[in-house]
Ligand binder design. Structure first.
Ligand SMILES: *Cc1c(COP(=O)(O)O)cnc(C)c1O
Length: 424
């Protein structure tokens, strides 16, 4: 199956007389014929659902669909994008370990890495995504366990050189984890460029309609977990009668451990209803992404032509610094998210934002409806103009998330709102 077809058909194939549409299995528990079978489930000796904190048939169907779309061996759904990233890291990092991340990543992930994981004894070393391989190599230590980056960084709209980071990670015997939220597997499949693990906030394009928070971890099955570097995967797990994930689950070792050990203990598994809504969204993902990209390309060009705009960051634009790289990693388009620096900074950005009629002011992005956020007034409010610049955020920067409305309506709205900004 090709991607568009997988969106509709992967993960659930009804047999004769069964419901055509994925059913919601609204059950926390499962029934067994014998005590012996339950024992085998607890030893992971047989496949099957045990309890809906660890797996559920509706969620499993969506996991299979997401794994198929990314080209992985398995996926684990989570209650949010944040919990997906948290579990993806904790699966191979313990107190005393460190990892490397590019600094241009989602603000929520920065908090997790720089503050909360630090409190748990796991240190994140941030690197400039554009640094040379020699520079990045200097960030590695004996206790480095992984490298992390975002395919299209939020809100900088920077495109990650996935092959470069995969190469550096593998030279050091550790995996590359990529947050593929903005690109979705329709626009980029990081495994094809050497990434080992993908995480998603499914709250964005995958679900698409702004109705359900969720996340996912996908395992490529390609990384070789050595006993020396990753004993938690390659030596016996005493909490499962000595299961050895690499020996007993082969290519699916990482994702199996994340589920049966971490999900069991942390309990961040989505409900069947949440997974059902996510599935409904994914069914139309391919057509939505096509429209998001086409609309955003036109809106970005309109912004770029305005004398009220200082700069537009969108990789489809020929003069964008990521244009050449996007041709390789994002040949079908660069998603619907544009970053626009309004001339005159904070004040004019606010005039523009407050004058929009169709596009709405929201703490959200990558939605079916056009929405906008002014980081300097919202997510980065505590920073002054100097600090904003250090964080790579122009005080007049607006994150403009282009929806799938008729593009002429979006452009007319942008035009009338830009006209509210007084000429200097
Ligand atoms: C929103 C977002 C997250 C966090 O996801 P939630 O579902 O909101 O927890 C992580 N990474 C990126 C790139 C995001 O845009």
């Amino acid at each position: 199956m090709r991607e568009e077809t997988k969106c509709l058909h992967a993960g659930y194939t009804p047999k004769n007389g069964e419901p055509r549409v994925l059913p919601i299995y609204q059950s926390t528990t499962y029934k067994y014929d014998s005590t012996d079978h339950v024992g085998q489930l607890f030893d992971l000796a047989v496949d099957g659902h045990m309890y809906s904190r660890i797996s559920n048939p509706t969620v499993a169907a969506v996991e299979e669909k997401i794994a198929a779309l990314e080209g992985g061996v398995g996926a684990l759904c989570t209650t949010s994008g944040m919990s997906a990233t948290l579990l993806a890291i904790l699966n191979i990092c313990s107190a005393g370990d460190s990892f490397i991340s590019t600094s241009t990543i989602y603000g929520g992930t920065v908090n997790l890495f720089a503050v909360t994981l630090k409190r748990l004894g796991i240190e994140c070393v941030f690197v400039d995504a554009e640094a040379s391989e020699e520079e990045i190599q200097k960030a590695f230590r004996p206790n480095t366990r992984l490298v992390f980056g975002e395919t299209i960084a939020n809100p900088a709209i920077a495109v990650l050189d996935i092959e470069k980071f995969a190469r550096i990670a593998h030279q050091n015997g550790v995996p590359l984890i990529v947050d593929n939220t903005f690109a979705t597997p329709i626009l980029c499949r990081p495994f094809e460029f050497g990434a080992d693990i993908v995480v998603h906030s499914t709250s964005k394009y995958l679900e698409g309609h702004a109705v359900q928070i969720g996340g996912a971890i996908v395992d490529s099955g390609n990384f070789v977990w050595t006993q020396e570097k990753f004993p938690e995967l390659a030596t016996p797990d005493e909490s499962y009668h000595g299961v050895v994930y690499t020996r007993d689950f082969g290519k699916a070792a990482y994702v199996t451990k994340a589920r049966v050990q971490l999900m069991r203990d942390f309990g961040a598994y989505p409900s069947a209803q949440a997974a059902w809504l996510l599935n409904l969204g994914i069914e139309t993902l391919a057509v939505r992404m096509e429209r998001h990209c086409a609309n955003a390309d036109k809106v970005a060009r309109f912004f770029a032509a305005s004398d009220k705009v200082e700069a537009v960051h969108y990789p489809s634009l020929e003069n964008d610094i990521y244009h050449e790289r996007a041709k390789k990693y994002l040949p079908k388009g660069a998603s619907g998210v544009i970053s626009v620096d309004i001339k005159g900074g904070r004040d004019n950005a606010v005039i523009f934002m407050d004058s929009l009629k169709l596009a709405t002011n929201e703490v959200h992005v990558a939605d079916i409806r056009t929405c906008v956020l002014h980081p300097a007034s919202a997510t980065h409010r505590q920073l002054n103009d100097e600090q904003l610049k250090a964080a790579g955020i122009h005080p007049g920067m607006i994150r403009f998330s282009v929806g799938i409305e008729n593009v002429d309506d979006i452009i007319e709205d942008v035009a009338q709102a830009l006209a509210q900004i007084k000429d200097e």
